[in-house]
Design a protein around this ligand. Structure first.
Ligand code: BGC
Length: 772
């Protein structure tokens, strides 16, 4: 655990330069705009330890799989988010001596990520080995208002010398992925050159043939006056730059404006790419840095209006939740249904930018409440667009007749994960994808989604479950054998309660959805059934299987059993584990982990969270106590579910304790892995802990409902959400819940089961009277 980020409500602040923390900071201070993103690498040369990272959404490379023992059905590649051309390079030399923070004496170093306005600022004073002192202030952002653009302002003061500054601004496409399986480079050059003052380079990914054109334009001022001298071009393989030599006097300030554009063949014809990149640069140059920056501030103000959370009385908590919201909004903006949310977003290579069940199980609730409806909808449409691939994926494993198994990890709909116990067995992901459709409709009321997209997906998923179960003559029930639940510390188990529960639910929901579509739009219903070659006998089969599904249960403990035979394990509690044994995945052999009763992440409890209304408080409490004491939370996705359930059980202290484990996970580097990148998808879980946990928000019968409490460490908290066309601000203090309706439409809201009609303006509701 680290503790070097300074507390601040709107900023992430690092003071002083510690090269050992550099890779962690490169992750923490990452910037992005949904279309591109990058780690907080330095503009100038740096020979110290660094993980270079520039990423373009949706552009990936299928890296040939590396596994020890090949199994039939394995995908032959793992899709990797690509480290793309580095466009930030601004190298500085003073009389030939390179500015490099690894070799200079560094003073007054400060790095600030301004979350309110969406930019990264860095300032420092560097004394080179010759004794020359340079003062640098740099500011850069990826524009969220125009997501093809980014800009840098880099200011250098020659503090104590007169001489020559050589400034080289570059686009470097000769880059690698650190996680490349065969140490290969993934890009090849298509073209490069200058169009007037704008440098461009077009690179193509090997195998996938994506093309990305990156262009930059540099403008230099000396003491606020444009420099007339011409820059000299430098061209090498996959590299283009221009260098200028500038005589300076002590005290002179050189300001470098560097505008950058990234466009890809996902959005343009390959022949039009260079034109699109140079046109984007022309837009940027015409607007100028200040106007681009103003647009950035306005766009972020709008994002915060939709989804800010304000915590009074706890700066560390305030900083943490804003950091989580900020990073989620930098990763996914919902404009393009071909994009999704990688567990590390644009902040690192591990887990790539690929799509996991994290999106449906954790991220959907955040985007539903904090962004226009289209944003969450596009995440659903993403899976709809990949339905055919999910059917092919199931066929590869021996399923048929339109059964769909969505991949565990994917970029384009194809499975690219290859550990049999996850790829073939962690099939619960199919359930989360169906649940997300239900969740979307529950929140938005947009049931038309079923007819337009959802039903086809639900049918494919239900068909999969029907073929995946088998009848146990011994149990006289349907069973699901050989699976891995969300708890990856058990593999190849039978009857994982969560998976069985979801499977039965999916089959029922698919039938319900079909009935709804039939009632609303009979001709569309017929068209879908025809298209998927449906036989109405399938409905009966689904109901019959769901009705006769087997659920493991332990009578003695009164809990749903995570899987058959769980009680045969030596029953130990996490509290009995020596601290030196944690985390288990680093300290124990895999064999020992598999045989132990310890649970990696919410599993039975994940199911109880999804289907909360089905369980009374006593049942929830028994299961919570049982599983919480056996869960090691070695996935960052886990504590938020426990936090929400603890809040449901009015265990406020526990709810807060679990919340703390997710909220500052990256800021304080809890798991010693922030340097690999941020845990983007679990950040949505932090948001859920506050909104669904502390505020107890849910949608029931088309109405928003709150069962709030205020953590005793806070004076109040408030959050902004959109709900069915209204924009609301909910504020919770110890005595009161206030709802400000910023729209003209009246909205009905329940608080502890009493319903209020909230017209435009603010309504205060006393919590004391209600919770009595
Ligand atoms: C978790 C999975 C998750 C993945 C990516 C794993 O550690 O166990 O549930 O999908 O990380 O976040």
């Amino acid at each position: 655990m680290k503790n070097y980020i300074k507390p601040s409500e709107w900023n992430i602040v690092e003071e002083g330069f510690d090269p050992h923390l550099n890779k962690i900071s490169e992750s923490l201070f990452s910037i992005g705009n949904g279309r591109m993103g990058q780690r907080a690498n330095f503009e100038e040369a740096y020979t110290g330890d660094t993980l270079q990272g520039n990423y373009v959404a949706g552009v990936y490379y299928p890296d040939k799989t590396r596994v020890g023992w090949w199994k039939n059905g394995y995908p032959d590649y793992f899709a990797k988010v690509l480290n793309a051309a580095n466009w930030i390079g601004i190298d500085i030399k003073a009389d030939g001596e390179t500015l490099d923070l690894n070799t200079a004496k560094v003073r007054d170093f400060k790095r600030v990520l301004n979350m309110k306005a969406g930019y990264l600022e860095r300032s420092f004073t560097a004394e080179l080995q010759s004794g020359k002192v340079l003062r640098v202030i740099s500011k850069r952002f990826c524009s969220i208002a125009d997501d093809e653009l980014a800009a840098i302002r880099y200011e250098v003061v020659a503090q104590n010398f007169s001489g020559t500054l050589t400034i080289t601004t570059a686009i470097d496409g000769d880059v690698k992925n650190q996680d490349s399986n065969y140490d290969e480079k993934f890009w090849e050059e298509v073209s490069k050159g200058f169009q007037a003052e704008t440098a461009y380079i077009t690179l193509r990914t090997k195998k996938t043939n994506f093309e990305v054109c990156t262009a930059t334009n540099t403008q230099i001022q000396l003491n606020n006056k444009a420099v007339g001298a011409k820059a000299a071009p430098i061209e090498k393989e996959k590299y283009i730059a221009s260098a200028i030599e500038l005589p300076v006097e002590a005290g002179d300030t050189v300001t470098i404006y560097k505008y950058a554009a990234n466009v890809s063949s996902q959005n343009y014809d390959k022949a039009a790419l260079q034109g699109a990149a140079t046109a984007a640069i022309a837009r940027a140059v015409e607007a100028g840095f200040d106007a681009l920056f103003e647009a950035q501030v306005a766009a972020w103000a709008n994002k915060w209006e939709e989804g800010d959370i304000l915590i009074e009385g706890d700066v560390a908590a305030q900083q943490a939740i804003r950091f989580n919201i900020f990073q989620l909004n930098q990763t996914y903006t919902g404009k393009d249904a071909r994009l999704n949310i990688g567990p590390k977003g644009f902040t690192g290579e591990k887990y790539g930018g690929s799509t996991y069940w994290d999106t449906e199980a954790y991220c959907i609730p955040f985007y539903l409440a904090t962004a226009p409806q289209e944003v969450a909808k596009n995440l659903l449409v993403y899976r709809h667009n990949q339905l055919q691939k999910a059917i092919e994926n199931a066929e590869k494993l021996g399923f048929k007749d339109g059964a769909a198994l969505y991949p565990m990890v994917t970029m384009n709909g194809e499975e690219c994960h290859n550990e049999w116990e996850i790829t073939f067995e962690e099939i619960h992901r199919n359930g989360a994808i169906a649940f997300a459709i239900y969740n979307y409709i529950r929140y938005t009321g947009d049931a038309s989604y079923l007819a337009s997209h959802g039903l086809e997906v639900l049918i494919g998923i239900a068909r999969f479950w029907k073929q995946r179960v088998n009848w146990s003559a011994e149990k006289n029930k349907f069973v699901i054998l050989g699976v891995t639940g969300p708890n990856e510390y058990e593999n190849n188990i039978n009857n994982n309660w969560y998976t069985n529960k979801l499977a039965a639910w999916c089959m029922r929901y698919a039938k319900e959805a079909a009935e709804l579509v039939k009632a609303e739009d009979a001709s569309r219903y017929e068209a879908i059934l025809k298209q998927v070659n449906f036989n109405t006998q399938e409905f009966e089969d689904w109901t019959s299987i769901a009705d006769q599904m087997y659920y493991p249960y332990d009578e003695k403990a009164g809990v749903f059993l995570q899987q058959d035979g769980y009680m045969d394990k030596e029953q130990m509690l996490v509290s009995e584990l020596p601290a030196a044994d944690r985390p288990l995945n680093q300290k124990w052999s895999w064999d020992r982990i598999l045989r132990s009763c310890f649970i990696k992440q919410a599993d039975v409890l994940q199911g109880m969270y999804f289907f909360e209304d089905e369980f009374d408080t006593e049942t929830l409490e028994r299961n919570f106590k049982f599983y919480e004491s056996r869960t090691v939370h070695e996935s960052s996705l886990s504590p938020c579910v426990h936090s929400i359930l603890a809040a449901r059980l009015s265990d406020e202290e526990k709810a807060y304790e679990f919340y703390l484990r997710t909220a500052r996970l990256d800021l304080d580097d809890y798991n010693n892995d922030t340097e690999d990148g941020l845990h983007i998808t679990s950040m949505a879980g932090t948001w859920m802990s506050i909104v669904e946990g502390f505020a107890g928000m849910k949608v029931r019968d088309n109405k928003l409902q709150f069962n709030p409490f205020l953590p005793s460490q806070w004076q109040s908290f408030s959050f902004n959400i959109g709900f069915r066309g209204t924009q609301l601000k909910i504020k919770i203090s110890s005595a009161e819940l206030s709802i400000t309706n910023n729209s003209s439409e009246t909205v009905a809201v329940s608080v502890f089961n009493e319903t209020f009609d909230i017209a435009q303006g603010e309504k205060k509701i006393s919590l004391k009277a209600l919770s009595l």
